[in-house]
Write a new protein. Structure first.
Length: 110
DNA sequence: GAGATGACGGGCT
DNA sequence: AAGCCCGCCATCT
C-alpha cells in the first residue's frame, strides 16, 4: 500500500537504508534513531520484513546492535545476508558478528 | 476500531 | 557469562 502523500515510517527506512554504501552496515536501532524514533527498532525490522523484493534496498546491510543477524527465517536469508556483507568487505567472525565500531555507517560520517 | 505481529533493544535474574 | 523478560514503536489483518 503506497501512501505518496503520507509516506510511512517504512518508506523512510527504505530510503535511509538505500543510502548505506557497500561495505558498511547499520543497526535497526540506529536507523530508528535517525528517523526520530530511538525506540522504534522493532518497527524498522518490521519495515524490512514487509520489504518488497522488487525494491533496491540493501536490506542485508541492516543488522542488529550486536553486529549480528537475528533473522529467524531458517538461515536461507540470514546466511545470504552474511555472504553479501562479506562480499562487500564486511568480515564476520565465527560468532556471526562484525565490528560495528568500524563498519557501522552514519549519514554524518560521510 | 481493536488485537496481534515482528529482521529489536536494553535491563534484570 | 548466558539467558529470559519486558517494553518500545509502527504497521497489518
Amino acid at each position: 500500500m503506497e501512501r505518496a502523500s503520507a509516506p510511512t515510517f517504512y518508506d523512510r527506512v527504505y530510503e535511509l537504508v538505500r543510502q548505506v554504501p557497500a561495505g558498511r552496515v547499520i543497526t535497526y536501532g540506529h536507523v530508528a534513531l535517525l528517523l526520530g524514533a530511538p525506540a522504534a527498532a522493532r518497527a524498522v525490522g518490521y519495515a524490512l520484513h514487509n520489504l518488497p523484493a522488487a525494491s533496491d534496498v540493501p536490506w542485508w546491510r541492516v543488522i542488529n546492535v550486536r553486529g549480528a543477524i537475528s533473522l529467524k527465517g531458517r538461515g536461507s536469508e540470514a546466511d545470504l545476508q552474511r555472504i553479501l556483507l562479506e562480499r562487500e568487505g564486511v568480515p564476520f567472525d565465527e560468532s556471526g558478528r562484525c565490528d560495528l565500531a568500524t563498519f557501522r555507517w552514519d549519514p554524518a560520517d560521510t
